[in-house]
Design a protein around this ligand. Structure first.
Ligand SMILES: C[S@@+](CC[C@H](N)C(=O)[O-])C[C@H]1O[C@@H](n2cnc3c(N)ncnc32)[C@H](O)[C@@H]1O
Length: 169
């Protein structure tokens, strides 16, 4: 079993306790060093430039993947939110996130864990969970009033959605 961890869209690594953890590969599809309107510096400096739709690692390379993609599809390009969190493509976001899930699971080892973070301000979590080939293992109970969700998946056959469920999408 490896101790390799992937964060394929790390942004400025805000949620990491150790932003330089030696076991983590920090990826993102952009590099940025700028000052936000409130004067704070925003630095996005991935170890590896990557696209979560085509992750440049072999199958089953990681033990843990944490996937925190952009969650807004209607942001001004130059808004501070877009600078900080990136923005979904309003025409292709479903396919992009479907590929993102698929790639995260591909690079996860068998029985590996995927932690998924989602903010529902633009799109409800239940719409996003339809894009994953694996079932949610656990997360906040639905119906609770909260915007940000942390969802845990485990890559094992008992959590794979059946073909029947897939066809309902
Ligand atoms: C919600 S932010 C991540 C915030 C991060 N977890 C933190 O703690 O700071 C989403 C990030 O995904 C990146 N991103 C957007 N599209 C991407 C893609 N196709 N591949 C990789 N990263 C992407 C954005 O550049 C942005 O930095």
């Amino acid at each position: 079993m490896s101790n390799r961890i992937l964060d394929p869209c790390c942004g400025s690594r805000m949620f990491w306790a150790d932003k330089k953890h030696p076991d983590v590969i920090f990826g993102d599809n952009r590099e940025l060093d700028t000052t936000l309107c409130d004067g704070r510096r925003l630095e996005i400096a991935p170890d590896v430039l990557m696209d979560f739709r085509k992750i440049p690692y072999q199958d089953e390379f990681f033990r843990l993947v944490v996937f925190d993609p952009p969650h807004m599809k209607s942001l001004g390009k130059n808004s501070w939110m877009a600078k900080k969190y990136g923005c979904l493509n309003k025409d292709t976001w479903e396919e992009d996130l479907r590929k993102g899930f698929s790639e995260c699971f591909r690079v996860l080892e068998k029985n590996g864990i995927l932690i998924f973070k989602w903010n529902e301000s633009d799109i409800p979590l239940k719409e996003i969970l339809k894009l994953s080939e694996y079932k949610k293992l656990f997360g906040h109970p639905s119906g609770k009033r909260m915007n940000t969700h942390w969802v845990t998946f485990m890559k094992c056959s008992s959590n794979l959605k059946t073909m029947e469920v897939k066809n309902e999408k």
